[in-house]
Design a protein around this ligand. Sequence first.
Ligand code: AMP
Ligand code: ZN
Length: 114
Amino acid sequence: MDDCIFCKIIKGDIPSTKVYEDDLCYAFNDISPTAPVHVLIIPKQHIASCNEVNGENSGVIGHIFEVAAKIAADLGLSEKGYRIVNNCGEGAGQTVFHLHFHLIGGRDLLWPAG
Ligand code: AMP
Ligand code: ZN
């Protein structure tokens, strides 16, 4: 998608701090972190939101959760805990319409989310 900021990050047209990359997904630090660890994990394929997940593209979702567990382990979060968040749609706070999962940790996290 030509006008998608996260597609541009994947292509390297917009700079980012890479945390992890493979053929299917890319992970980088959130530019406006809400916790000591705030990583965004995105599929390389442009999927606008969870609403667009279907039988043809859903394989990457399981892969992203595998990658999230690996990143959390690498950053020493596995034992203490962390949160994986997806905001789907404007009403839920989605501002970038390229599917992404926030991996947040490194501090005590409150629940329920606002
Ligand atoms: P959401 O509100 O769930 O759509 O999350 C979008 C996230 O993308 C926010 O946490 C932003 O801080 C983050 N973000 C926006 N632009 C960039 C960027 N250029 N590099 C890294 N993170 C970004
Ligand atoms: Zn995109």
